[in-house]
Design a binder for this molecule. Structure first.
Ligand code: NAD
Length: 379
């Protein structure tokens, strides 16, 4: 059994994946462009819920190219708590009403939108209009139309846009992409992906309210499974057919509980996803003409884990995915390095999500998808 070692990891990172640690002593001057005088980008988190509190803010204490400079919250009690905890000056604290004043704040370079899904478009567009680079959480919005509006607003304002797709910055997902690109296991013929958890909490939470979430399991966890089939084959799908299952209609009154969907890819590969708010599942598996690989778990905060038909264990040192992701985006802004999760990736996923819902509404009809090759792929 071969374990992928620190040495392999370094060679992967040197190729551009999450290489922040490797660059720690590199001089900043090399390729700085417009942000030449910036040592670290100031990030403002919009929405101080669970993800900001327990993942993003702690990760921002370890990032190398960005730091927590400001907050935007609709809950006045959180202002002092966050200011005290993270040393945030009062002038960098905003609420949803005065948020647009952030345009005049030179401490803030990037606005990171971490609100319920239905608020992503409004705050991403307001941030772009304020001249700030934008990171938008997944799903990008609650419709393709919203995704297009965010992309257009960022283009018009001349600011960069990244998605909060943390997996594109972590090494296991990079390893999968490398297997596919190098055809380590031949041509991929089949890929399956599961992304699900059991929801039993407050039935009034926004995730179960379609107006705020845009949908249920598919909008929440489903995008990870869709993504796994895409980087697991290296292709965007050409069609999808989908089914919905409901066993707890009293709890899931408004949003989808469990969805399965089958994809076809241009090469002839086929794929299957399962996503649910009713059970736990977290895996991806790909089978090629000369072997297979799997990750399980494949999409949680890590450490992830994997193995291959060669008997290899896929193993990398664990680092915060959020730290790697935000540093990758900062390097994109500062040094013009590739955008690992561009806005088009979020829009592509929403086009697939809408096709899945359309298929279900039409009794499982196969819906054709027509993407330019590589549309939405990150760098
Ligand atoms: P959360 O419910 O914990 O936090 C939501 C925040 O939005 C809270 O601070 C709440 O006060 C605020 N808010 C403002 N207006 C609101 C309203 N009308 N109703 C409800 N809340 C309102 O949610 P979260 O888990 O932090 O998720 C926020 C976003 O981040 C979602 O889009 C989610 O999909 C995304 N997310 C991404 C990941 C990831 O791994 N990339 C993980 C978790 C969440």
């Amino acid at each position: 059994m071969k374990i992928i070692s620190r040495r392999n990891f370094n060679s992967l990172t040197a190729k551009g994946l999450g290489g922040a640690a490797l660059l720690s002593s590199a001089p900043f001057a090399c390729a700085m462009g417009a942000n030449q005088d910036k040592k670290k980008l100031g990030i403002a988190l919009v929405g101080l819920g669970s993800y900001s509190t327990y993942q993003l803010a702690p990760a921002l204490q370890d990032t190398q190219y960005c730091y927590l400079a400001g907050i935007v919250t609709g809950t006045p009690e959180k202002e002092k708590i966050w200011a005290d905890k993270y040393g945030i000056p009062e002038k960098n604290i905003y609420n949803y009403q005065n948020f647009d004043d952030i345009a005049n704040n030179e401490d803030i370079d990037v606005v990171y939108v971490v609100l319920p899904n239905s608020m992503h478009a409004e705050f991403s567009i307001r941030a772009a209009k304020a001249g700030k680079h934008v990171i938008c959480e997944k799903p990008m919005g609650i419709s393709v139309e919203e995704c297009t509006a965010i992309i257009e607003a960022c283009n018009e304002a001349g600011v960069k846009l990244g998605m909060g797709y943390r997996l594109h910055s972590e090494p296991y997902t990079q390893q999968v992409k490398e297997y596919v690109k190098e055809k380590t296991f031949g041509d991929i013929l089949f890929v399956s992906a599961d992304a699900a958890y059991r929801s039993t909490g407050n039935p009034d939470q926004w995730r179960l309210n379609k107006e705020m979430s845009g949908g249920g399991a598919l909008m929440n966890m489903g995008v990870y499974a869709v993504q796994s089939t895409i980087y697991g084959t290296g292709e965007n799908p050409i069609s999808v057919a989908a089914q919905e299952f409901s066993t707890r209609p009293d709890y899931f009154k408004d949003t989808d509980e469990t969805i399965t969907a089958q994809f076809k890819f241009p090469s002839g590969a086929v794929g299957n996803i399962t996503t649910s708010h009713n059970f736990n599942a977290n895996a991806m598996y790909a089978s090629g003409t000369s072997g297979w690989f799997r990750l399980q778990p494949a999409n949680n905060y890590g450490p992830l884990s994997g193995e291959t038909s060669n008997g290899d264990t896929i193993k990398f040192p664990h680092e915060s995915q959020q730290k790697l992701q935000m540093d990758d985006f900062a390097r994109h802004v500062l040094f013009d390095e590739p955008n690992k999760a561009p806005g088009e990736m979020g829009k592509r996923d929403m086009m697939i999500v809408e096709a899945i819902y359309r298929s279900i509404a039409n009794g499982g009809e196969t819906i054709a998808l027509d993407f330019e090759p590589g549309y939405g792929f990150g760098g």
